[in-house]
Structures are given as C-alpha cells and as structure tokens.
Ligand binder design. Structure first.
Ligand code: ZN
Ligand code: ZN
Length: 289
C-alpha cells in the first residue's frame, strides 16, 4: 500500500495531526517536536500525549510511518562550542519527545561546517551523535540524517558524506537516512529517468545499504538540477515535474517507504499534491480532470 502524507502543523495540538492526515488523503505524516526556529523547547504534557496516542489508534496510522523533524537551529558541526552544546541538548530533548509520542524516527540535518572544512565538520557531527546517544541511553528512537542542499557549508548533500558520518559514530545501527528529492536534485542527483533512479538507489546501497533508507521527503524543485537553492515546489510544478516523479515513483524500492511532502502550502495544497501523486501512479483519477 502506498504510504503518503505531508508535514503537518501541530498548532491545534498533536492529537489533531492523525485525523487531519486522513483528511488530506494521507496515511503518514511529519511534525516538529517544538517551534523549529527556537532553542527553547519543553516536554509535552501527559494529557496531550494520551490524546495523540488515542488519535493514532483511532485512525489506525502506523507510528513507524511518522516522522519527527528536528529544529532548524541544531548544528552538530558548528565550530562554536556553545552552538554545539545547545544542539546536543536540544537533540536529546527531541529524542525524548519523539519517544513520549510513541514515534520511532527523528529526522535532522547533519549540520554546516560554516567554512571550517568538511572533514572536521563530519568529525564534529559524529562526535555529537555519540554524545547524544551515549547520554540518552536505551531508546527505540532511530535518528535519520537527511540529505541537504549543497549550500552554506552544509554537510550531507552527497550520500557518501552521510556514510562518512554514520561510519564515524559508535551507533551506526541506530542511524538511518531520509532522502529529500528537492535537496538531492539541488545536489545534482537527477531522478527524472528510471535509469538514474536505479543509479541513485545503487549508490545508497553501495555506501550504506538500502535498508538504511527509511523515509522519502517528496518535493519538487523550483530551480534546475544542481542549482543548490533549496526551494521546494509543489509536485509536478517544478523542474522534477510530473514525468520526473513518474520515473522516481516507478521504483518499488521507493514506493516501499513513506513519502512525505514538504511542498509549499498547508493542508489544502497538500491534499491536491497527494492527489497528483496518486494520479501519476495511476491509483486515482480526479473526476474534474
Ligand atoms: Zn529537513
Ligand atoms: Zn526535507
């Protein structure tokens, strides 16, 4: 069965997310565990957790198909000790929130070396992950490194860089990856033909093993291949385009994973994007088309 959903707002409470997910025609989702542009975060109240878990049961959504997306300020590769320290502390809190919600996957951007070089940046990230996971102890939560656009000293725009991070941690078995189609396109991974999709999958398999690929962020790109702009676009409206997604989604390996939209707009736009994906796949036809 196709697993598709979108990044959802939690402004009306975590418990609204599962039912709103069904409302947009989805069966998986992504949320932020706190305001993503702030360092301050607090644990959700017990009552709210219970409401959320009830809603998950009622909607029959699978907790392993849901993704928690880390805050944007986190940068384990930062050369500034204060930022690195705060990043570690916030990641630990996010893992705790993910676990409290009964979810499994916490997605985060590896970080930016801010001009201090790839090698030291990768070392700092691996060390940071080790500090987070050794301090948090036993947890079911799996960290997912997201491939990012190659800009601003970002680390992890190439699959090989994700591999280097994972290989240097002491917790390789507790880390997977999310593949973001817009960021990948920004980095020059062309997924607009079946042949190139197979090449990408072979690269992931070669460096990491395909089982490390847990989630897909399904986004079109406002800019051409290799532009490194990180500007997401609605499905089919960007440079990947409907035909590009038809190629990408023709792979069973891709379709096994939850597809999570981070396209512009809210629930209404995401509902349309989900319809568009289903149409591309020939699953559903919009009567108005
Ligand atoms: Zn992201
Ligand atoms: Zn993403």
């Amino acid at each position: 069965m196709l697993k598709i959903g979108a990044h959802m707002s939690t402004s009306k409470g975590y418990h609204r997310v599962p039912v709103e997910t069904l409302g947009i025609g989805g069966n998986c989702f992504q949320i932020f565990p706190h305001s993503p542009s702030m360092w301050r975060a607090k644990l959700p109240e017990e009552r709210k957790i219970e409401l959320f878990k009830d809603a998950m049961i009622k909607t029959k959504l699978c907790s392993e198909d849901a993704l928690v997306h880390s805050g944007y300020l986190i940068n384990l590769a930062s050369p500034k000790e204060e930022v690195r320290y705060k990043s570690i502390e916030l990641l630990k809190l996010e893992i705790t929130i993910t676990e409290m919600l009964g979810l499994k996957y916490l997605n985060f951007h590896p970080g930016s070396h801010l001009g201090t070089g790839l090698e030291t940046g990768i070392d700092r990230i691996a060390r940071g992950i080790d500090e987070v996971l050794s301090s948090i102890g036993d947890t079911e939560v799996v960290l997912l490194l997201e491939n990012v656009a190659p800009k601003g000293g970002n680390i992890g725009s190439r699959i090989e860089e994700l591999k280097m991070i994972i290989k240097r941690t002491s917790y390789a078995d507790r880390i997977g990856i999310t593949y973001d189609t817009c960021h990948g396109f920004d980095s020059g991974y062309d997924i607009r033909s079946r042949e190139m999709v197979e090449k990408l999958l072979a690269e992931i398999d070669h460096w990491l093993g395909l089982e490390k690929l847990k989630m897909i962020h399904l986004n079109d790109s406002k800019y051409p291949l290799g532009a490194a702009k990180d500007r997401h676009e609605r499905i089919g409206d960007g440079y990947i385009g409907e035909e590009g997604f038809a190629a990408f989604l023709s792979s069973d390996e891709i379709l096994k994973r939850p597809l999570i939209l981070e396209t512009p707009g809210g629930n209404e736009e995401h509902a349309q994007d989900i319809k568009r994906v289903k149409k591309i796949l020939g699953i559903e036809r919009d009567a108005n088309d």
